[in-house]
Design a protein around this ligand. Structure first.
Ligand code: ADE
Length: 247
């Protein structure tokens, strides 16, 4: 996969692109990342890329000229262009999966109040938000998008099952995880996980995932199809919660 990043702060990507999964994916040619500095495409000697808003309003906007020039000069207008924006569609695991199926994506990173609407209308295929909060700029958002997409590419994660098993992929949050030692300062690993009994382990995991989801992300349960046993377990959890609230 080829990933192009259009930004006015290229230095913010230095360590991100060198470390861990992304660094290894680049080193092993699973992905190719091109950072394009929008300032290199300004026509003025001060490399100014922003200006005040027509109609008034707080903050500054990235002007359209340098962005259009960066897109056209690098032949990116036919690629999947994503703009990071708090006004965008919220990033989910499903959206990350969709994006991972593209050969080439271009992330146009917003700053200040964002970018001129005419650039969005002319070039952008998708506006993506990483959540309902406002960042100063989209650099971190673009890194979140890249990280969530790249780890889904074939042969990027060392254990190919690990992305099939994780939170959201199956509609529930992941279960609690434990490693050695078996007893940590008097705290034991749940006995089911040590039993070696596959069915008991599987049942423990599904209950634990349901419980985690019920308490932390009950909205996910609205979309998850519960079987009878699972529905009963949720009813039991509701009862326990009501009891707790009374006490
Ligand atoms: N830029 C500023 N806030 C953002 C957000 N929540 N998601 C994506 N880009 C942003």
């Amino acid at each position: 996969m080829k990933i192009n990043i259009l930004t006015i702060f290229p230095e913010l990507y230095n360590s991100f692109l060198c470390e861990s999964i992304i660094g290894r994916a680049i080193a092993s040619d699973k992905i190719e990342v091109k950072i394009i500095d929008i300032r290199d495409y300004t026509a003025n000697k001060h490399k100014k890329v922003d200006d005040y808003l027509f109609g008034g309003g707080a903050g500054m906007l990235l002007t359209p000229g340098p962005i259009a020039s960066a897109i056209e000069s690098n032949n990116l207008s036919k690629t999947m262009i994503i703009n990071t924006s708090p006004r965008g569609q919220v990033l989910t695991q499903a959206l990350a999966k969709d994006l991972s199926e593209h050969q080439e994506i271009t992330i146009l990173v917003g700053r200040y109040e964002g970018i001129d609407q005419r650039i969005i209308d002319k070039y952008v295929n998708l506006e993506v938000s990483i959540g309902d909060y406002i960042l100063t700029g989209g650099e971190i958002a673009s890194q979140v998008i890249i990280e969530s997409v790249v780890r889904l590419l074939p042969n990027v994660l060392s254990n190919c099952l690990s992305s099939l098993d994780e939170s959201f992929t199956n509609g529930l949050l992941e279960e609690d995880h434990y490693t050695r030692p078996q007893n940590f300062e008097g705290l034991e690993v749940p006995s089911e996980l040590l039993s070696g009994h596959h069915l008991n382990i599987a049942q423990w995991k599904i209950k634990n995932r349901l419980k985690k989801t019920y308490f932390n992300r009950p909205d996910l349960l609205d979309r998850y199809k519960l079987n009878d046993d699972e529905q009963n377990y949720i009813e039991q959890l509701k009862g326990e919660k009501n009891e707790e609230n009374k006490n």
